[in-house]
Every structure is written in C-alpha cells, then in structure tokens.
Design a protein around this ligand. Structure first.
Ligand code: FES
Length: 113
C-alpha cells in the first residue's frame, strides 16, 4: 500500500504530452512560490505543486480541499489577496497573486463565512 506522500508525489504532476500551455506564471501559497500556467485555476496549480489542503472546516478545523471541482461544494475555499471564501476550483491564477490557507480559528468560531 502506498503512503500519502507516495500518492501525492504521483499526483503532484501535470500532463506533459500533447498539452498546449499558456505562459508561465508564479504566485505564492502561504508565502511559498508556486509555478502555474496562464489559464489554470488556483486549485489546478496547487494540486500540481502537491498542495491538497486549501482550508480548514468551520467545525472542528478539519482539512478540506477540492471535492467537486465544478464550483458547487465550496470545499476548496481559500484566501486570495486578502479576500476570503474564494473558490480555488473556479478562480484562474493571476500572476503574482497571494494565496493563503483559510482557517476559521483565526476569525473566531462564531463568525459566519
Ligand atoms: S471543489 Fe467544490 S467548489 Fe471548488
């Protein structure tokens, strides 16, 4: 059985055959640089870089990431340039944007999203 790290290493890739990509872009995720291509969503770029946890649930601070990837479930909420509740699966990467994990504990548990 593969460990979580082995699975992440296998999936932390982009297809490289028969794919036309946009120009290279870079943004930061929790202060670390992430490479992306024009036209990719933030979720795609983060997963390609091996990041699977985008926010912590409001209840119990459980890790959440992409679930539906079509903008319905809100499991991929992140902070982009200070704006909370951005759906990573529906938001294209903008060169130089600053993306952060969304944690509810930082705002207090009584506050609604
Ligand atoms: S993964 Fe469901 S809304 Fe983004």
């Amino acid at each position: 059985m593969k460990t979580g790290t082995q699975r992440n290493a296998r999936f932390a890739r982009r297809l490289d055959r028969n794919v036309t990509r946009g120009r290279p872009l870079e943004f930061t995720y929790n202060g670390q640089p992430v490479q992306a291509y024009e036209g990719e969503t933030i979720a795609t770029a983060l997963i390609a870089a091996g990041h699977w946890i985008f926010h912590e649930s409001q209840k119990n601070s459980e890790p959440r990431g992409v679930y539906c990837n079509i903008g319905v479930c809100h499991s991929c909420l992140i902070i982009v340039d200070g704006e909370r509740n951005v759906r990573a699966c529906q938001t294209p990467v903008v060169d130089g944007c600053r993306v952060e994990t969304q944690r509810y504990a930082e705002r207090g548990r009584d506050e609604k999203v």
